[in-house]
Design a protein. Structure first.
Lengths: 384, 483
C-alpha cells in the first residue's frame, strides 16, 4: 500500500474517485483508521489510499426507535459518546483502540467481548450507503429494524474488507446502556476446565453479556449487565454453578471491573513482530484444538469462550511461530473449524500455507466481478 | 409451453416418482397463501433429497427453463407463485431433522421441516428455536430462510438471518455448495447474509444448520387495555425510553379485538386498544423490569392491566393475538393483509392517516402490529361479491404502503416483496439501489432462471450496460422480456 491518500468529504466524492480509478485502471485501498487493514491480506503491488476519515457528516440518532445512522469516518468512540447522551450505545467493543471507525468496523465485521450477547456488525446493521466503482452511491436496507425489502446488501458488506465498494454510512440497531454491571473472574487449573465451565454457564439460566477466556493462564471473565439486583444475583449464581471447578472466583464491579476489561481488550494488541490468528470452532471442540500448544511461543489467548471464537497471539523465532500456527491450523481444519491470520510479520506470513478456499468461493469471485469489474478495490475475501 | 416431452422425461429420471404433469394435480400448486395471484406451473417436481434437487436444477439450467422453489406455501407475497412455463420444485419431502447437537446448540434440518418442529424436538432439553412467525406450526424453514422470517419475539431475538449459521444450497447453475459455516465467521464474503431473505431468487436451500437457544428462566406477559392506540403507543415509548427491550410488544385495535373475541374468545378487555408486553430472561431481571413496565403502563393511562401469572394465561393472550388474521373472517367476508413498517415513533401519525383513509374509502381497516419495531399489519375488509371492492381494497392497501414510505419506513417487514409488491420497490429505492441489488442477482443467477419475475420491478438482464437499447441474448432466445 503506497501513494498519497485522498480524503474525500462526501459519498459522491468517494464515488467519483472510484470511477476515476476504474477509468484509469488504477487500484484503490479504502482505509479508515487502518487498525484492521492487516486482517485481510492483499499483497497487491501499488494502490492509492482512499481515507474515509473525511466522511464525518450525517450522524442521526433516533433514540425512540433505538437506531442511529453513523458516517463511515466517525470513530466508534465518538459515536458512542454521542449516543450515550440518550442512554444508548452501538453495542460493539472490538478493542481498546479509540481510533477504530464505523466504516472499518463494518469492513472487518469486528466485534469484542460483548459479541456474546450482541453479535457482530452484521447482526446490528439495518441499512447501508456505499460508493461503487461505477461512480454511483447506492443504499440498501433502511432506517427501520424490521425490513425485508430487496437484497440485504448491508450484510454482504460486513466483512467484505473494502473489496466491493466503499461504505460511506450505515444505520444500526442500538441497545440501551445497562443499568449495572458486575464481572465474575474465575481462575482455573487448566484451559480445558475453563472452556468446559464456559459451556456449562451457557447451559444454565444466567445470561452474561460477555463470557471471555484468557489464556494461557486459564481465566474466565463472565460479565453481567442488567439491573443491579439481577447482575449481582447472576454473578452469585454463576459462581455457585461452576465455582467448584475453579481455584479462585471473585466478583468485581466499579473501577476494578472497568480496569479488568480494559486490560483484557488490550491483550490482543500486537507489536510489529508478533503474530495474531483468529480461530473459530464448534464450542465443544475448542479444548481439542488448544491441546498441543505446549511448546508454542504463545503470548495470549482470548475470545468468546462459549461461541468458539478465539484469538491467539504468538511471539518468537519466525520458524517456531510458523510451525506452531501451522500445527494449530491442521488441528482446526481437522475439526471443521477456520483459522485466519490477523497480523503477522512478513517472515511469518510468507511461510504460512494458505487456507483452503471457502466452498462457495466461485460465487464470491462472481460477486466481486459484478461489483468491481475493473479490479479497482481490494482482493475479495474468499477464505484464502 | 416450452416443457417438451423430452425435457419432462429427463425431469422424471432426475427425481424418480416425484414428477407431476397432470393439469388437475398441477393446479394444487398455482398459488401460495397470497391467493389472488395464480399461475399453473408447467411441471411440478417433488424431489426426495438434495441430489435430486441438484439434478432438477441442472436440467433447468441446461435447458434454460425457469424454476421456482416452494416450501409449504404459506408465503403472503406470492414469492412461490409458479412460472407457467417453468418447473415448480416442491421441497416438502425434504422434511427430516438430520442432527440435534445440544452441547453446541445447533440443529441441522432439511428445508421442509416446519419451524415449530425444531422447537418441539429440542424442548425436552430446555431449548427452543427463536424466530416465531405466526404461521410457525405450518411454515417451513426453507421458506423462513427465503423470507428472512421474524415473528412476535424478533424485537429482542432478531430474525432468521440471526439464527441460521450454514446452508447447503443448489445454485442456479446446478452446483451444490455450502454457504456459511456451523462454526461462526465463515471465511470469505457473507453470502449467507444475502441469500437469507432473497426470496428464492439466488439459490435453493437443501439443508440448514440453525442455532437454538436456552429457554429463558422466566417469562412474564402483561395485557393492558387502553382508550386509544396513542395511549398504548405512549406506554411503549416510555418502556423503551426507560432502557427496557421487551421480548415482544404487540398492539391490536378495536376491530381486531372484536374479531379475536368472536373467534377464540381470549377475554381481552373491552377497550379501543390492547397492548401486550412480554419480558423474558433470568427471574430476578424479569421481576425487576416487569414492575417498571407495569407502572409505566399505568402512568401512560392504561385502563386495565392484567398480568399472566402462568403458562395457561399467557397462552390465552397469545392465542388472541395470533388468531387476529384468521379471525377477521368472522367480521368480514374477505380481507387483505398488508405488511408495512414505520419508525415506531411515527406510529401514531401513520395510524391517523390510515383512519382518515378508512373514513374516505368506506372500507373498514383493522390494525394489528408488532409495536416494538413498527411493523404494521392493516387488515382491509371487503366483500368480493360487491363489484369493484376487491380492487378498492388493493388500492387502499397500496396507499398505506405509501404512508409507510413517507414516514421513512419499508414496504415489507416480514412478508417479502415477492410478486405482490415488486412494483413498489421503485418507490422505496432509487434506480441505482436496485441496480446494485441486481449485481448480486447476476453473480448468482446470470441467466435469470431462479424464481424470475419476483422482488424487482423490472427484470434487468445481466451484462446490460447503460446506453442505447440492444437486444440481450436471453431476449433473442425468448427467455426474457422487458416491460
Amino acid at each position: 500500500m503506497n501513494g498519497p491518500a485522498s480524503i474525500p468529504a462526501t459519498a459522491h466524492d468517494v464515488a467519483d474517485l472510484l470511477a476515476e480509478a476504474a477509468r484509469n485502471r488504477t487500484r484503490v485501498v479504502p482505509v479508515g483508521a487502518g487498525t484492521k487493514v492487516a486482517w485481510h491480506h492483499d499483497p497487491a503491488p501499488t494502490a492509492a489510499r482512499l481515507s474515509t476519515l473525511g466522511l464525518t457528516d450525517g450522524f442521526l440518532h433516533d433514540a425512540g426507535d433505538l437506531v442511529a445512522t453513523l458516517p463511515a469516518g466517525m470513530t466508534l468512540a465518538d459515536a458512542n459518546a454521542r449516543l450515550a447522551l440518550a442512554g444508548q450505545w452501538l453495542p460493539l467493543d472490538p478493542s481498546s483502540d479509540k481510533r477504530s471507525t464505523i466504516g472499518g468496523l463494518i469492513a472487518a465485521n469486528a466485534s469484542g467481548p460483548r459479541r456474546h450477547r450482541f453479535g457482530t456488525p452484521r447482526d446490528l446493521i439495518v441499512g447501508i450507503e456505499v460508493a461503487l466503482t461505477d461512480g454511483r452511491v447506492v443504499k440498501a436496507g433502511g432506517r427501520v429494524v424490521k425490513n425485508v425489502a430487496g437484497y440485504d446488501l448491508s450484510r454482504l458488506f460486513c466483512g467484505s474488507h473494502g473489496s466491493l465498494g466503499v461504505v460511506t454510512s450505515a444505520t444500526f440497531k442500538l441497545a440501551p446502556i445497562a443499568f449495572d454491571s458486575r464481572t465474575l473472574v474465575l481462575q482455573f487449573p487448566t484451559l480445558a476446565l475453563a472452556l468446559d465451565s464456559a459451556r456449562a454457564l451457557v447451559h444454565s439460566d444466567v445470561t452474561p453479556s460477555a463470557l471471555e477466556l484468557q489464556g494461557p493462564d486459564a481465566r474466565l471473565l463472565v460479565r453481567f449487565e442488567t439491573t443491579a439486583r439481577a447482575s449481582a444475583a447472576m454473578a452469585d449464581a454463576a459462581r455457585a454453578h461452576v465455582g467448584q471447578m475453579a481455584s479462585t472466583a471473585n466478583i468485581v464491579g466499579g473501577d476494578d471491573e472497568a480496569a479488568l476489561w480494559h486490560e483484557h481488550e488490550a491483550r490482543l494488541t500486537a507489536t510489529e513482530d508478533e503474530t495474531v490468528v483468529k480461530v473459530t470452532t464448534l464450542p465443544t471442540r475448542a479444548p481439542l484444538i488448544l491441546e498441543g500448544l505446549g511448546n508454542a511461543p504463545l503470548r495470549a489467548i482470548s475470545g468468546a469462550a462459549a461461541l468458539g471464537v478465539l484469538a491467539l497471539r504468538f511471539r518468537g523465532e519466525a520458524s517456531a511461530v510458523v510451525s506452531a500456527v501451522d500445527a494449530l491450523h491442521r488441528r482446526v481444519l481437522s475439526q471443521q473449524g477456520h483459522l485466519s491470520v490477523r497480523h503477522a510479520p512478513p517472515a511469518v506470513r510468507e511461510h504460512l500455507p494458505p487456507p483452503p478456499p471457502a466452498p462457495a468461493s466461485a460465487v464470491m469471485h462472481a460477486v466481486k466481478r459484478c461489483f468491481d469489474p475493473n479490479g479497482v478495490l481490494r482482493r475479495v475475501p474468499d477464505g484464502r | 409451453m416450452r416443457l417438451d416431452s423430452a425435457f419432462l422425461e429427463r425431469l422424471r429420471a432426475a427425481a424418480p416418482g416425484g414428477l407431476i404433469t397432470e393439469p388437475a394435480a398441477r393446479i394444487a400448486y398455482e398459488t401460495d397463501a397470497l391467493v389472488h395471484l395464480r399461475a399453473t406451473p408447467g411441471a411440478v417436481v417433488l424431489p426426495a433429497n438434495a441430489t435430486e434437487v441438484q439434478a432438477v436444477v441442472r436440467l433447468c439450467h441446461e435447458a434454460g427453463v425457469p424454476f421456482v422453489a416452494r416450501g409449504h406455501g404459506t408465503g403472503l407475497s406470492g414469492g412461490a407463485l409458479p412460472h407457467p412455463d417453468g418447473v415448480l420444485i416442491g421441497l416438502a419431502r425434504l422434511n427430516r431433522i438430520l442432527d440435534v447437537d445440544i452441547p453446541n446448540l445447533r440443529v441441522t434440518v432439511e428445508p421442509g421441516v416446519t419451524n415449530l418442529e425444531i422447537t418441539k424436538r429440542v424442548a425436552p432439553f430446555g431449548c427452543y428455536y427463536a424466530p416465531d412467525p405466526s404461521s410457525q406450526s405450518v411454515c417451513s424453514i426453507g421458506g423462513n430462510i427465503a423470507e428472512n422470517s421474524g415473528g412476535a419475539h424478533c424485537l429482542k431475538y432478531g430474525f432468521t438471518v440471526h439464527h441460521v449459521l450454514e446452508v447447503e444450497a443448489v445454485l442456479p447453475d446446478g452446483t451444490l455448495t455450502t454457504i456459511g459455516s456451523s462454526c461462526l465467521d465463515a471465511p470469505g464474503l457473507d453470502l449467507l447474509g444475502v441469500v437469507i431473505g432473497s426470496e428464492g431468487t439466488l439459490a435453493v436451500v437443501t439443508r440448514a444448520v440453525v442455532r437454538i437457544l436456552r429457554k429463558p428462566e422466566a417469562v412474564m406477559t402483561l395485557l393492558a387495555g387502553c382508550d386509544s392506540i396513542d395511549t398504548a403507543g405512549e406506554a411503549v415509548s416510555a418502556i423503551i425510553g426507560h432502557g427496557i427491550v421487551p421480548a415482544a410488544v404487540e398492539m391490536m385495535d378495536r376491530l381486531t379485538i372484536d374479531a379475536a373475541e368472536a373467534s377464540v374468545a381470549p377475554g381481552f378487555p373491552n377497550t379501543n386498544a390492547v397492548l401486550i408486553v412480554e419480558l423474558d430472561g433470568p427471574r430476578v431481571e424479569v421481576d425487576d423490569l416487569f414492575t417498571v413496565v407495569e407502572r409505566l403502563c399505568q402512568e401512560s393511562g392504561a385502563r386495565t392491566v392484567e398480568i399472566a401469572y402462568d403458562q395457561a394465561q399467557r397462552e390465552r393472550i397469545w392465542k388472541g393475538r395470533k388468531a387476529a388474521f384468521a379471525a377477521m373472517g368472522r367480521v368480514s367476508p374477505n380481507y387483505y393483509v398488508q405488511d408495512g413498517v414505520v419508525p415506531r415513533t411515527r406510529l401514531s401519525e401513520v395510524l391517523g392517516r390510515i383512519r382518515a383513509l378508512e373514513a374516505r374509502s368506506g372500507l373498514r381497516i383493522g390494525n394489528v402490529f408488532h409495536a416494538g419495531d413498527g411493523n404494521l399489519h392493516p387488515l382491509i375488509c371487503y366483500d368480493e361479491a360487491i363489484a369493484g371492492q376487491a380492487a378498492q381494497a388493493e388500492a387502499v392497501a397500496s396507499e398505506i404502503l405509501q404512508y409507510c414510505i413517507d414516514a421513512g419506513g419499508s414496504i415489507t417487514g416480514e412478508h417479502g416483496v415477492g410478486a405482490d409488491k415488486k412494483a413498489y420497490m421503485s418507490t422505496m429505492f432509487a434506480e441505482a439501489d436496485l441496480d446494485a441489488m441486481q449485481l448480486v442477482r447476476c453473480a448468482f443467477d446470470p441467466s435469470g432462471i431462479c424464481n424470475p419475475g419476483k422482488v424487482f420491478p423490472t427484470p434487468r438482464l445481466c451484462g446490460e450496460v447503460p446506453g442505447p437499447y440492444r437486444q440481450h441474448p436471453a431476449e433473442r432466445a425468448g427467455l426474457a422480456e422487458r416491460f
